[in-house]
Design a protein around this ligand. Structure first.
Ligand code: ADE
Length: 230
């Protein structure tokens, strides 16, 4: 299937890196229709203002609702209830399962906030146009939604059929089966006195599969015991 992603940001050049590598190729081939927009294109004052002081006082600035509403109206037009994502440290945490779910959507719109956030009424308004999701990359604070949006686009984009050349590489990765990935080795078989685990050179496929599974469990237990809870 083909997927459309619209991104709205006041720093569109953050997304220049998404012309590279696998996502760049997917865009060239048309599998991924990724469009980056400048929020200021939906302002009409001379200074292209996107923010103002917060009602009730407090530090920092809040993004004004009107440019966001005009942008969302334009981008959602002609689309059947797109999924509208706002990266936010106050959202649900983004996981591989979130990436899977989003990779099955036809149209995502990602709104990148800056400053102290976006006027709350924008989220309510967006819910009249599509399904709204506030999504956090993790429990830390970034300066804006752009870096989080890029991470999500990469995680979602590589799950679109045809983006990653060999689909086998998708199933053996960390998090796809709820465990961390097994360790990998390549030639030479001994390097600076360190030998590759012998079982990998044995040609015994069942033994190799069993060893890799043990390694996955051992690493998950020691590095991410939280993943083994259920
Ligand atoms: N914007 C600022 N911090 C963020 C985070 N942790 N996740 C998503 N968007 C953000």
């Amino acid at each position: 299937q083909r997927m459309r992603i619209d991104v709205v940001s006041i720093f569109p050049s953050y997304f220049d890196g998404l012309t590279l590598s696998l996502l760049g190729k997917a865009r060239e081939s048309g599998i991924l229709d990724l469009r980056i927009h400048d929020l200021r294109d939906w302002t009409s004052d001379r200074h292209r203002t996107v923010d103002d002081t917060p009602y009730g006082g407090g530090a920092g600035m809040v993004m004004k609702p009107e440019p966001w509403a005009l942008a969302l109206d334009d981008l959602a037009a002609g689309s059947d209830r797109p999924t509208i994502i706002f990266p936010s440290p106050a959202g649900e945490v983004f996981h591989q399962t979130t990436a899977r779910e989003l990779s099955e959507r036809e149209h995502l719109i990602i709104g990148c906030g800056r400053y102290e956030g976006i006027d709350e009424r924008v989220f309510e308004y967006a819910a009249s146009l599509g399904e709204v999701r506030l999504v956090s990359l993790g429990d830390y604070v970034l300066n804006g939604g752009e870096v989080a949006a890029m991470a999500m686009i990469e995680a979602v984009g590589r799950l679109i059929p045809g983006v990653v050349g060999n689909p086998d590489s998708l199933v053996e990765e960390s998090h796809e089966d709820g465990l961390l990935e097994y360790p990998s080795y390549t030639k030479p078989s001994t390097w600076r006195d360190r030998a590759v685990p012998g079982v990998l050179l044995s040609g015994n496929h069942a033994a190799i599969a069993a060893w890799r599974r043990e390694q996955q469990l051992a690493r998950t237990e020691s590095r991410r015991p939280d993943l083994l809870k259920d």
